[in-house]
Ligand binder design. Structure first.
Ligand code: FES
Length: 276
């Protein structure tokens, strides 16, 4: 059973922008029903401003695929093509308040369909990685795609590649090749990890916790009608209270875990959250 955020559930149960825009200016297809997930993105584009004025999707896939595709359409509307191309699969996942790591391939599928649609509009060949050396025959994944996704998302293990692309998640025959590709990438360039101070003074730790809550956590909760209040910090114990729509929400346990994970990632690994 996957743990979904409220926003994933909302975008799965009540997806926005289903279907195909009338007389689309661009259509991007990605995936295949044989491989389990497929997405068609259609766009209406203002030719004078190059702005995406409408976007719709049709998808075959799981709850995360539907939510990611719907989120993508919301993210691209109102943006110029150049701005839309800046959207990463991480942006799609973040818009949804996160995806289970095993479902990150759904956000990648959205990003790829967007690239395909814009290439279709510009009349240029669809992204070159689709033409590269085929590594995973079960899921039709090329070496170029594995390299691109690994670098963009700082992936270092075969399991992470499987989470983001499905490659390696079938018969497993390609896992050795994927491992070799990862070794090749990261022996040349070490993956960039988010900066995390090694040792913090108490004052710096308190300031950093406040900053991360304000910058990384509160906006996502407020977007869903919820909020968070920092009550106290005592050593590694951070006392919080969920407010607004988060109060009494059935997913509040997931939210609290997410807050703890984020603070452990960006402040200190020994942080423990206590919710009031
Ligand atoms: S070839 Fe990649 S899992 Fe089968």
């Amino acid at each position: 059973m996957w743990e979904y955020t409220d926003k994933v559930r909302e975008f799965f149960l009540n997806p926005k922008n289903i279907g195909e825009v009338e007389h689309p200016d661009a259509v991007g297809d990605f995936g295949s029903i044989v491989c389990g997930d497929a997405l068609r993105l259609s766009l209406k584009i203002d030719k004078e401003t190059n702005k995406i004025i409408d976007a719709k999707f049709q998808t075959f896939g799981c709850a995360s695929a539907i939510a990611s595709s719907s989120a993508l359409t919301e993210l691209v509307k109102g943006r110029t093509l150049d701005e839309a191309l800046q959207i990463t699969n991480q942006d799609i996942a973040e818009f949804l308040g996160g995806l289970p790591k095993e479902k990150m391939h759904c956000s990648v599928m959205g990003r790829e369909a967007l690239e395909a649609a814009i290439a279709n509009y510009k009349g240029i060949p669809i992204p070159v990685e689709e033409e590269g050396r085929l590594i995973c025959k079960c899921f039709d994944v090329t070496e170029e795609k594995i390299r691109k996704v690994a670098i963009e998302n700082h992936l270092t293990t075969v399991d992470e590649i499987t989470d983001f692309t499905k490659a390696g998640g079938g018969c497993g025959e390609c896992r050795t090749d994927i491992e070799a590709i990862l070794r090749d990438i990261w022996s040349v360039k070490a993956p960039e990890q988010p900066a995390k101070p090694k040792k913090l003074t108490n004052l710096r730790k308190i300031a950093l916790i406040q900053e991360i809550i304000e910058r990384e956590i509160r906006p996502g909760l407020q977007a869903d009608g919820g909020d968070i209040e920092l009550i106290d910090i005592d050593g590694n114990k951070v006392v919080i209270a969920l407010r607004g729509m988060c109060t009494g929400c059935v997913m509040s346990g997931v939210t609290i875990n997410g807050v703890q994970e984020k603070l452990r990632e960006l402040v200190s690994e020994d942080i423990v959250i206590e919710a009031q």
